[in-house]
Design a protein around this ligand. Structure first.
Ligand code: NAI
Length: 330
């Protein structure tokens, strides 16, 4: 049936999964009028916890949720999927090197790429959340060449929303009055939250805030380090805000961004703004008709250029390291 959307959540027994599954079943990702067939995947080790999540989703008796199925087999989980939300990943444990975590995760995304390519719907929309999100998405795209390039994205919407929230708080305005911030680059500490084109109640954000030193300094640091601040406070990483931002990402992709507004998404670079082609890089995008387009023609000052290039450089190196890890484990 056309109005049933099959949504896969991987890593569904984890923290984000627990917050995300009910939001998806309430229609936050796909919008009103759609029914949801929910598929939840996790590893064998987490299968009991996953079963518990399924029981809770059933007990929510969501109007829109027509089915909820759990899987530990990725191929079965990917069958017939319209929207794949890739949250599953290997966490960084104490004493692990960055390369070890990266290697484990890109190996997962290489394997899941094949499952998605062979079993999901041909026009499956994919959003990678699990870190390193941009590089996982690039690996996924590489090993799923039959999936259209535009269908593989990674989530930087949480960073985007964090930027809006900071600007709202600083200006004393509601977050909804803040538009068109941009996250450029990697979902990492080199990301560049750019306010040069942002507006607050329709006026340039720099004018409204009137403090460039803050906007070029603390603002950038706070957005970049927000994840760490949440861990510090909660003793757990952000899950609720990550889940909510995934829904925003998918919703806007399907239903379109509002007239005159854009959002930030990690997408495969076509060389726009001098970002090396093929990198999964966060850009300002608008969405229409279920497709995204990179916003063109924005002026980029010297400071922005430098910050954008730094993040691109990190992504190039991260991808090289990922390929090295895959070669070593082959
Ligand atoms: P978590 O550790 O609570 O959950 C991850 C789940 O993935 C676990 O249940 C684990 O068993 C599962 N998993 C591991 N390997 C798998 C595989 N091969 N297939 C399916 N599932 C698998 O972690 P949490 O807090 O839910 O975060 C998930 C990921 O999202 C992490 O990588 C985290 O760094 C990332 N993240 C990304 C954000 C973004 O803005 N892009 C924001 C917040 C978190």
């Amino acid at each position: 049936v056309d109005d049933v959307v099959t949504v896969l959540i991987t890593g569904a027994a984890g923290q984000i999964g627990y917050a995300l599954a009910p939001m998806v079943c309430a229609g936050a990702a796909t919008g009103p009028g759609k029914k949801i067939a929910l598929k939840l995947l996790d590893v064998e080790f987490a299968s009991e916890a996953l079963r518990g999540v399924k029981m809770e989703i059933m007990d929510c008796a969501f109007d829109a949720c027509v089915s909820v199925d759990v899987f530990t087999d990725c191929e079965k989980a990917c069958e017939g999927v319209d929207v794949a939300i890739m949250v599953g990943g290997f966490p960084r444990k104490q004493g692990m090197e960055r390369k070890d975590v990266l290697g484990k995760n890109v190996a997962i995304y290489k394997q899941q790429a094949s499952a998605l390519a062979s079993k999901a719907k041909k026009d499956v929309k994919i959003v990678v959340v699990a870190n390193p999100a941009n590089t996982n998405a690039k690996i996924l795209a590489k090993f799923a060449p039959s999936i259209p390039r535009g269908n593989v994205t990674c989530m930087t919407r949480l960073d985007h929303n964090r930027a809006l929230a900071q600007l709202g708080e600083r200006s004393g305005k509601a977050t909804i009055e803040v538009k068109n911030a941009i996250i450029w680059g990697n979902h990492s500490s080199t990301q560049y939250p750019d306010v040069n084109h942002a507006t607050i109640e329709g006026k340039p954000a720099r004018e409204v805030i009137g403090n460039d030193a803050y906007l070029d300094g603390d603002f950038v640091d706070v957005v970049r380090a927000r994840g760490a601040a949440i861990i510090e406070a909660r003793k757990l990483s952000s899950a609720l805000s990550a889940a909510s931002s995934v829904c925003d990402h998918v919703y806007d992709w399907i239903h379109g961004t509002k007239e005159g507004e854009w959002t930030s998404m990690g997408v495969i670079s076509d060389g726009s703004y001098g970002v090396p082609e093929g990198l999964v890089y966060s850009f300002p995008v608008t969405c229409t008709g279920g497709k995204w387009q990179i916003v063109q023609g924005l002026s980029i000052d010297e400071r922005s250029r430098k910050l954008m290039d730094e993040s691109a450089k990190e992504l190039t190196e991260e991808f090289e390291l990922a390929e090295q890890c895959l070669a070593e484990s082959a």
